[in-house]
Design a protein around this ligand. Structure first.
Ligand code: CTP
Length: 210
């Protein structure tokens, strides 16, 4: 199969990482088919908490690096690079834990992975060939997060505001923003930046043609 290229897309919560990654992926699938491209989410690698009660799970700091099972993500990225299929976990934000079903991900020439703390972890950084950071203003992220978490993740306005002050904003300044220095590309306007989307698509087309 040849060398696998891993593209990481990082940035603040609700900065447009998944829109960016899925737009690149879907536009390429429409153009040339999905063979050779895989897409993973760091969120799928939140630690399994099924042994805890719902109340205990609500106390977890989901913006701290320790909330993620990055060891498993490292293992899966390495396995995909070596041509093996993996079973990506699936995560529920409503129950704060993994669900029993997994998603089969086939190896490909290009793997895209998106998540808040990808560039903060030196073990993961070593695996990335191209690192992209979504540089979206925090107020824009907060508004998006508020609407998304209430509409899609079963939260109240009050709980989103409290979590934002307690963990989301502090973690942005402690872990996410300092990791911007490791990016090869810094993208403004997140998933709406068509020029950046086109650049990544061109790079992937080139890699797939090699
Ligand atoms: N999170 C949460 N409850 C959980 C697990 C995670 O509230 N049980 C929150 C964390 O606080 C973290 C966020 O989920 O800040 C990470 O997801 P986010 O990056 O916002 O989602 P994406 O869809 O990947 O972001 P984007 O909008 O940038 O695509």
């Amino acid at each position: 199969m040849g060398k696998t290229t891993i593209i990481a897309i990082a940035g603040a919560s609700a900065s447009g990482k998944s829109l960016f990654a899925s737009t690149v992926y879907q536009e390429l699938v429409a153009e040339i088919g999905g063979t050779g491209i895989a897409i993973l989410n760091e969120d799928a690698y939140y630690r399994d908490q099924s042994h805890l009660t719902f109340e205990q799970r609500q106390l977890t700091n989901y913006d701290h690096p320790s909330a993620f099972e990055h060891e498993l993500l490292v293992e899966h990225l390495a396995a995909l690079s070596n041509g093996h299929t993996i079973e990506m976990p699936q995560y529920s934000y409503k129950t704060h834990t993994r669900i029993p079903e997994t998603i089969k991900v086939q190896p490909g020439k290009v793997i895209m992975v998106e998540g808040i703390l990808l560039l903060n972890d030196p073990h993961l950084r070593k695996l990335f060939d191209i690192s992209v950071f979504m540089d979206t203003p925090l107020d824009v992220c907060l508004l998006r997060r508020m609407i998304r978490d209430v509409e899609e993740r079963g939260r109240t306005v009050q709980s989103v505001a409290e979590q934002y002050e307690e963990t989301v904003r502090p973690a942005f300044f402690e872990f996410i923003l300092p990791s911007k220095q490791f990016a090869d590309l810094v993208v403004t306007r997140g998933g709406q930046n068509e020029i950046a989307i086109d650049l990544i698509k061109s790079k992937i087309r080139q890699l797939l043609a090699e």
